[in-house]
Design a protein around this ligand. Structure first.
Ligand SMILES: Nc1ncnc2c1ncn2[C@@H]1O[C@H](COP(=O)(O)OP(=O)(O)O)[C@@H](O)[C@H]1O
Ligand SMILES: Nc1ccn([C@H]2C[C@H](O)[C@@H](COP(=O)(O)OP(=O)(O)O)O2)c(=O)n1
Length: 245
């Protein structure tokens, strides 16, 4: 152990954002990170990539030990650049042959969306990915990429409570169910925002995820930003206001 265990993140800015599906976590957090000049981490993309690999290798989703063992062997390589486009670029490095595969598009597909809550509910998968997420956060603070400020905006379901409860700013981003469904439908090009498919991908998944993580009410010290009545720019401004407070 070092004599003086000063946190690597001293002088860096860590922003934690949680919230339900379609609340704007990814898009708003990415814009906030770009504005602050820090890195951006979409932890949901990690659970999605792990799930993609589980499905691609035919691992039995009901066999929690097999799912956890498989995920432990999957290396995830995420692009943390907040200006890299609409979504995190992501490469899954599949063990044991080391072949790299870009799964940025695949992880947003219906098959992964339907299975991701089951994978994210496996405690050993969570402890594995939480450790990786903390390592990414520490690294973005201690060794930012050239031209970047030390720090990160990390978003998901348990960032304010489990992954980085000591973050400098902790935000719960919410919006009404109807607005979140409409946003997700717009994103997926679904003609009907109230269709069963959209409801399952938003409301149904939130219900499953809420068994594992707590993201519907703000924990102590967490500020709620309700984006129901805000447009995108207004939501980014509201989150930045909390960070700068
Ligand atoms: N305040 C807002 N007003 C309008 N649209 C928004 C707002 N916030 C996010 N969006 C849009 O809603 C969609 C879903 O946002 P996303 O960031 O993927 O949510 P989440 O990560 O919480 O599931 C995206 O198309 C995004 O651009
Ligand atoms: N920190 C996190 C982030 C995501 N998850 C789980 C729960 C979600 O259903 C999936 C996918 O997350 P993602 O943020 O991509 O979900 P959205 O489709 O943006 O709502 O991963 C989690 O358990 N913990």
């Amino acid at each position: 152990m070092p004599d003086n265990p000063v946190p690597a993140r001293r002088g860096a800015l860590v922003v934690a954002v949680d919230g339900p599906s379609g609340s704007g976590k990814s898009s708003v957090s990415r814009a906030v990170a770009a504005e602050l000049g820090v890195a951006f981490l979409d932890t949901g993309a990690m659970y999605r990539a792990a799930t993609f690999s589980v499905l691609a290798h035919g691992v039995d989703l009901t066999d929690r030990a097999a799912v956890a063992a498989h995920v432990r062997g999957v290396a995830l390589d995420l692009d943390l650049d907040a200006e890299a486009g609409d979504r995190a670029e992501l490469v899954v490095l599949v063990a044991p042959d080391g072949a790299r595969r870009d799964v940025t598009t695949e992880i947003r597909g219906a098959e992964v969306t339907a299975a991701v809550s089951a994978v994210a509910a496996v405690p050993e998968v969570r402890s594995d990915l939480v450790l990786r997420q903390r390592a990414i956060i520490e690294s973005a603070c201690a060794a930012p990429r050239p031209g970047r400020q030390p720090g990160i905006v990390a978003e998901g379901r348990d960032i304010t409570t489990v992954v980085a409860p000591d973050a400098d700013a902790r935000i719960l981003l919410t919006a009404s169910e109807a607005v979140r469904m409409a946003r997700r439908a717009g994103q997926d090009g679904a003609p009907d925002a109230t269709s069963e498919a959209v409801r399952a991908a938003v409301v149904g998944r939130d219900a499953l995820d809420a068994r594992t993580t707590s993201f519907t009410t703000a924990a102590d010290g967490v500020t709620t930003v309700d984006s129901t009545e805000l447009d995108f720019a207004g939501t980014v401004a509201a989150v930045l206001a909390v960070v700068r407070r």
